[in-house]
Design a protein around this ligand. Structure first.
Ligand code: GLP
Length: 241
């Protein structure tokens, strides 16, 4: 695991954006795994700016998002499909047909299987962008999730529901379940970039990097992947010293 520590969030956003946009320029048909949450927002806004300024071309790119809430249509402002369109896809010259976010509605079981197949058919994910939950979850793989999981329906912990309430309007219930790529699906990515910012992530990062590899701290499994780079600000890295 390679760890890159920057002074602040702005510098982390710049560095990760550079990695992604360079990869797109080198491989125009890159398969990119994308994440949601507050952490990637600064990266997506920089990708949009880079596209407008430098013309980085997304015409042939394929994307796969990690997860989606159960029961939310893509038109729901709390859904991850809405988030991705709003923050990124609507502002790039990407073919929206080539952007994949798991469906939160319809027959979820068969959609999960199809999602794995679609990733495989695209040739696998070249670069997977990841955030981390304060309890060590990656995507919506909560503590206790088997390392053998592929795309599946997950029950969210109270902690995660509370942390993600900020994306929902007042009085709006955060869905209790989600469709998420599994640990095994994530580990299949050729390269993984995990981004963590702020003091509240410091403990999760410390356990991920230095702790035992255990299903109780899902991100710790990344110790087993041969090509992981962590981009941290000083606060998120503060327990590593
Ligand atoms: C959600 C997402 C995760 C993300 C996490 C952290 O639970 N499913 O993929 O990593 O939030 O979010 P934030 O960046 O807002 O801390």
């Amino acid at each position: 695991m390679q760890t890159i520590i920057h002074k602040n969030a702005e510098q982390v956003y710049d560095a990760v954006t550079k990695q992604i946009t360079e990869a797109v320029r080198i491989k125009p048909d890159l398969v990119l795994g994308l994440a949601t949450g507050s952490t990637p927002v600064g990266i997506y806004s920089r990708m949009v700016k880079d596209h407008q300024t430098n013309g980085t071309d997304y015409k042939k790119i394929t994307t796969f998002n990690l997860d989606e809430y159960e029961g939310l249509e893509g038109s729901h402002p709390g859904s991850y499909r809405y988030f991705m369109n709003d923050k990124l896809f609507d502002h790039l010259n990407i073919d929206i047909q080539n952007t994949h976010v798991p469906s939160g509605t319809g027959n979820l079981e068969s959609a999960c299987k199809q999602y794995e197949k679609a990733i495989e058919n695209a040739g696998g994910i070249d670069i997977q962008l990841l955030g981390i939950g304060i309890n060590g979850h990656i995507a919506f793989n909560e503590p206790g999730t088997s390392f053998e999981t592929e795309t599946h329906i997950a029950t969210l912990t109270e902690e995660t529901i509370k942390a993600n309430a900020k994306f929902f309007g007042e009085g709006q219930q955060v869905p209790l379940r989600a469709v998420t790529m599994g640990i095994r699906s994530i580990l299949k990515a050729k390269k993984i970039i995990l981004v963590a910012l702020g003091k509240e992530k410091a403990e999760a990062i410390q356990k991920m990097v230095r702790g035992p590899v255990t299903e109780l701290h899902p991100a710790s499994v990344l110790q087993r992947h041969p090509n992981v780079t962590l981009y941290l600000d000083e606060e998120a890295a503060s327990y590593l010293k």
